[in-house]
Design a protein around this ligand. Structure first.
Ligand SMILES: [Fe+2]
Ligand SMILES: [Fe+2]
Length: 200
């Protein structure tokens, strides 16, 4: 995933690729709140004897608020680059995107919602830095207002990542829970890289 991101940033046609990348990002993050809500609903339905039930539901409930409307922000950024909402929403999301998000629905509904924390770890764990934002603006030639969602995540996601880390440390996770979280994170990283390479 790191290699794919570096290949994007260093690509000689980054200016042309950037809107494509934002469309991809939108296709993925439009599912964040619905996925978190699905995981929250399942967490609340866990048997009372499951020690994760209450603390997992409480984390997921807060995570919904952390991510509300971030997908709309990306559509605004795309609009400022000349890609209308209708254009962005009309694009067919690739099978990589459907698999990336779809795997989470499967594990949430048919295994255990704790697996979703691996997805969150990937999505929140590598926020853009202010230096990266400057590099992107310089390399694409786009104005800083085209990077509002990125700037917002450079500011917010270090806190979201720490919130998740504190939650992971506090949850009474079994070895099986940890394996599910790791498998979920690894699957997310692999598919996110493939989705990005598809654009490149
Ligand atoms: Fe976000
Ligand atoms: Fe976040």
């Amino acid at each position: 995933m790191t290699a794919a991101c570096t290949a994007l940033i260093e690509h000689p046609r980054l200016r042309e690729l950037w809107p494509e990348y934002l469309v991809l990002q939108h296709q993925i993050i439009r599912a964040t709140v619905p996925l978190t809500e699905a995981a929250l609903e399942r967490a609340r339905e866990l048997p009372e004897a499951d020690p994760l039930r209450e603390p997992l539901a409480s984390y997921l409930d807060e995570h919904v608020d952390e991510e509300l409307h971030h997908d709309d922000g990306l559509l605004d950024d795309l609009d400022s680059l000349g890609v209308s909402r209708a254009d962005a929403l009309g694009r067919f999301p690739s099978s990589k995107v459907a698999t990336l998000v779809g795997a989470q629905y499967y594990w949430i509904h048919h295994h255990h919602p704790v697996a979703f924390l691996g997805y969150v770890a990937l999505m929140e764990g590598y926020p853009p830095t202010p230096e990266l934002l400057e590099t992107l603006a310089a390399r694409t030639g786009y104005p800083m207002e085209a990077f509002r969602t990125f700037a917002q995540h450079a500011e917010l996601d270090p806190g979201h990542r720490d919130h998740l880390d504190r939650t992971l440390d506090a949850l009474p996770l079994s070895d099986r829970d940890e394996s599910a979280i790791v498998a979920s994170a690894a699957t997310t990283a692999a598919l996110a890289a493939k989705a990005l390479l598809e654009i490149l």
